[in-house]
Structure formats: structure tokens, C-alpha cells
Design a protein around this ligand. Structure first.
Ligand code: GAR
Length: 206
């Protein structure tokens, strides 16, 4: 197998998607390994998960910095120090500016808890309920300079039930997140692909 790609993961909270990646990366044929985890929140449970898996971690709080530019420079410096090939946003709750995106694009991946392009941004499970959609889900996409607008790698749908609240819908979506995020990362890293307009087209390896 080709050498594993080096992945840096950005988190802000509980880190259940990070855990799904850690678990997937335990497989001998997974094409990537997590070389570092950065949290912008001190004490995030995701940091415990990194520690338990012997993965280096750092807390870089946006509050330590005067503005976004300095915060992102610190993120970039840490990720470069770890020599990452890919950046994975796993529940990272800060919007990244073009400065950060250009440092790593197109190798930045995000998981979002709606069927994009419906409900970008935050508070999306409640937004889906308020709108009255019957189906929601999650999306794994490449990150571009917009908010949740990049080319889509994978999606999974779940039903919205009449008695759902934001928590119950989020929990149902999360089960699918844990399934499709590692699978999409495996796919985008191990298979040749190209962009045709907005579409990601995978080419079968010869
Ligand atoms: C997940 O539902 C993820 O899709 C969402 O935050 C949660 C993080 O959970 N991400 C976003 O909303 C990004 N804007 P986790 O910390 O347990 O992985």
C-alpha cells in the first residue's frame, strides 16, 4: 500500500466523529493516519479521545488572538509542523477564511449535519424541523471559500419523525455521520478523482 496520507483533525467539542475516524484508521488498509488534533475549545472531550489514542493534540483557542488572521496563522503553523496532507473538520465550529482554505485546498474535508445545499451554517437540525422537511441527513464535502458550499463527496438521508426535536434528529443523523465520514475520507484519499464543474467524479484506478 502507498504510504498513508497525514491527516490533521480540527474539532470543537465532543469528538464523536473524530472517534469514528480513529476507529476507521485502525484498519490496516485505511489510506490515512491522524497525525494531530487541534481543538479551539479548551477541555473539549475530543482532546481526551486523541490522548486515549496516543495522537498528539493542541488547544489553539480563537480567544487567545486579536483577530481571525492571527488565529488561523497559528492553526496553519501547527498543521504544517505536523506535515499534514489533509485537514479534516470534525465538528469544528469556526468559519475559516480564504487564507486558511488556500493554505490546504483542495485537501480540506468537512462533515455537516444536513443534506446540503439545504440548511448550511449552524442550528441546522432545528432549521430542518422548522422548515418541515420530511428527510434530512448529513453531507461530507470538500471545503471551499463559502460556508458549506464545497463539492459534495457523500451524503446520507434519514427520515424526520413527527415527534422529533433537534436532539433526536441530531442523534439519528449522527449515526449516519459516523458511517459516511470515514468512508468518504477513504474514498477521496485512495481513488483518483477530478472536478467536473461542481461534481466530483471518481475514476477507477487502472
Ligand atoms: C456533528 O453533528 C457535525 O456534523 C457538526 O457538529 C457535530 C459534531 O459532533 N458539525 C457542524 O455543525 C459543522 N458546522 P462531534 O463533535 O461528536 O463529532
Amino acid at each position: 500500500m502507498a504510504e498513508r496520507q497525514r491527516v490533521g483533525v480540527l474539532v470543537s467539542g465532543r469528538g464523536s466523529n473524530l472517534q469514528a475516524l480513529i476507529d476507521a484508521a485502525g484498519a490496516a488498509d485505511f489510506p490515512a493516519r491522524i497525525v494531530g488534533v487541534i481543538s479551539n475549545k479548551r477541555g473539549a472531550y475530543a482532546l481526551e479521545r486523541a490522548r486515549a489514542a496516543d495522537i498528539p493534540s493542541a488547544t489553539i483557542s480563537h480567544r487567545q488572538f486579536e483577530g481571525r488572521a492571527a488565529f488561523e496563522e497559528a492553526l496553519i503553523a501547527q498543521l504544517r509542523d505536523w506535515q499534514v496532507d489533509w485537514v479534516v473538520l470534525a465538528g469544528f465550529m469556526r468559519v475559516l477564511t480564504p487564507t486558511f482554505i488556500r493554505a490546504f485546498a483542495p485537501r480540506i474535508l468537512n462533515i455537516h449535519p444536513s443534506l446540503l445545499p439545504a440548511f448550511p451554517g449552524v442550528g441546522v437540525q432545528q432549521a430542518a424541523l422548522d422548515y418541515g422537511v420530511r428527510v434530512s441527513g448529513c453531507t461530507v464535502h470538500l471545503v471551499d471559500e463559502g460556508t458549506d458550499t464545497g463539492p459534495i463527496i457523500a451524503q446520507a438521508a434519514v427520515p424526520v419523525r413527527d415527534d422529533d426535536n433537534a436532539e433526536s434528529l441530531a442523534a439519528r443523523i449522527l449515526v449516519e455521520e459516523h458511517r459516511i465520514f470515514p468512508a468518504a475520507i477513504r474514498q477521496i484519499i485512495s481513488k483518483p478523482w477530478r472536478l467536473v464543474g461542481r461534481r466530483i467524479v471518481f475514476e477507477d484506478a487502472p
